[in-house]
Design a protein around this ligand. Structure first.
Ligand SMILES: *Cc1c(COP(=O)(O)O)cnc(C)c1O
Length: 413
């Protein structure tokens, strides 16, 4: 499944390979079935429209929604933008230029594709509360309730976190929002397709998802928009042909949409079996690492989390050095050393993980085709690398000698 057999891919939270069954379903729509689904008066258009209709049903079924409630987009980033800005502009309490156009609740550990639209709205006159989770990373309904105000118009909280895999109290938050008449959006990019999803039971009004996180193609996603109890409206962000009930203009990405639909169908059929296997792999990783190394911690809630993600911080090693030592393992680091900033992961910092431990953390995310052998190799490699790096660490020596490093007074230079 990989073009780099020497590198083990443990970064499925960043993206997944496309399932060959998905590719097969997509292929005809590049060539013979190339019609524009908006072409209403010939065969080519009708065939494409039928394919899009089928995909809409497949996505809807995965979410427990009606197919009329599915809007196709270019991915979760666009879905989040459309949901958050589209709802804010439509449900605002006062027009642009007012002191307070309405109150929005989100959290500091959301994906940037939620944080940045919220920050933009803040600049445009909306008031935004950024909830801070406790150390376990779980946002509870209690926390949302305490932040609710008379002028709250929108709550946007992810179903599950992409860095630590923790699961928020989405059905409880959904019930609270509906009780208060507040629109509820959830970024379910890491959740939908991996875990059973029911927008009715969870009382979600708007839900974002993406193809490439669930073995579908990149550049396609969906936004669920509730049509009854309540009927949710959005202000479109782009003007144009009025496709997707006017919410999202632009010729539909038919091949991508067909792929997304197929990926949803497969996810629906296989998620239970996959999850059981992934939990075993994840637990194996954690058990091996924590039993063979001291001074490391698994970040986030112990049980309220996704099957395929683990995030581990290693004390007394430097993040960059660790990544260099495990170059044949494709995974993510809490250290943003590749970007211009030296800031470690804002998600880990948001949980109160110190800068040092945040820098020296790894996110390992397993997938459908990850084997026990790959996991074993990767964990052995990580354990070996950490041990080797610690051999060179004077701080680790001091720690082993029982010196409490938090009480050491460092000389400044
Ligand atoms: C990957 C991801 C996104 C962005 O999805 P795209 O389809 O790549 O735009 C948004 N939110 C979460 C939680 C993600 O994991």
């Amino acid at each position: 499944m990989t073009s780099h057999p020497e590198t083990i891919y443990l970064d499925h939270a960043a993206t997944t390979p496309c399932d060959p069954r998905v590719v097969e379903a997509m292929l005809p729509y590049f060539t013979t079935m190339f019609g524009n689904p908006g072409s209403r008066n010939h065969r080519f258009g009708w065939d494409s429209e039928a394919a899009v209709d089928k995909a809409r049903e497949q996505v809807a079924r995965l979410l427990g929604a009606d197919e009329k409630e599915i809007i196709f987009t270019s991915g979760a980033t666009e879905s989040n933008n459309l949901a958050i800005k589209g709802a804010a502009y439509l449900y605002e309490k006062a027009p642009a230029g007012s002191m307070n156009r309405g109150h929005i609740i989100t959290s500091i550990i959301e994906h940037k594709a939620v944080l940045d639209p919220c920050k933009r709205l803040q600049k445009e006159g909306f008031e935004v509360t950024f909830l801070e989770p406790p150390q376990d990373g779980v946002i509870t309904a209690e926390m949302v309730k305490a932040a609710m105000r008379e002028d709250t118009i929108l709550v946007s909280l992810m179903w599950a976190n992409n860095e630590i895999g923790t699961i928020n109290e989405i059905p409880e938050i959904g019930a609270l929002c509906h009780e208060r008449g507040v629109i509820f959006h959830t970024d379910a990019t890491q959740w939908a397709g991996k875990m059973p999803t029911d927008v009715e039971k969870a009382q979600v009004d708007l839900l974002s998802m993406s193809g490439h996180k669930i073995y579908g193609p990149k550049g396609v996603g969906a936004l669920y928009v509730r049509r009854r109890k309540p009927r949710v409206r959005l202000q479109a962000l782009a003007d144009g042909g009025g496709q997707e009930r006017g919410f999202r203009s632009g010729t539909l990405n038919v091949t991508g949409i067909v792929g997304l639909g197929k990926a949803c169908e497969i996810a629906m059929a296989e998620m239970e079996k996959d999850a059981a296997r992934l939990i075993q792999l994840r637990d194996r990783v954690e058990k091996t690492i924590t039993s063979q190394l001291d001074s490391c911690q698994v970040n986030g809630h112990a049980t309220k989390r996704l099957p395929h993600i683990t995030n581990i911080s290693f004390g007394f090693v430097e993040g960059e050095g660790l990544m260099m030592a495990i170059k044949d393992i494709a995974c993510s680091s809490g250290s943003a050393c590749t970007s211009a900033s030296l800031e470690p992961s804002y998600v880990l910092k948001g949980l109160g993980v110190g800068d040092e431990l945040a820098h020296s953390s790894l996110r390992l995310s397993m997938g459908k085709w990850t084997t026990p052998e790959q996991v074993e190799y990767a964990t052995a490699k990580i354990v070996e690398a950490v041990k080797r790096l610690r051999e060179m660490s004077p701080l680790y020596d001091m720690h082993k000698e029982g010196i409490d490093l938090s009480k050491v007074e460092w000389a400044h230079h």
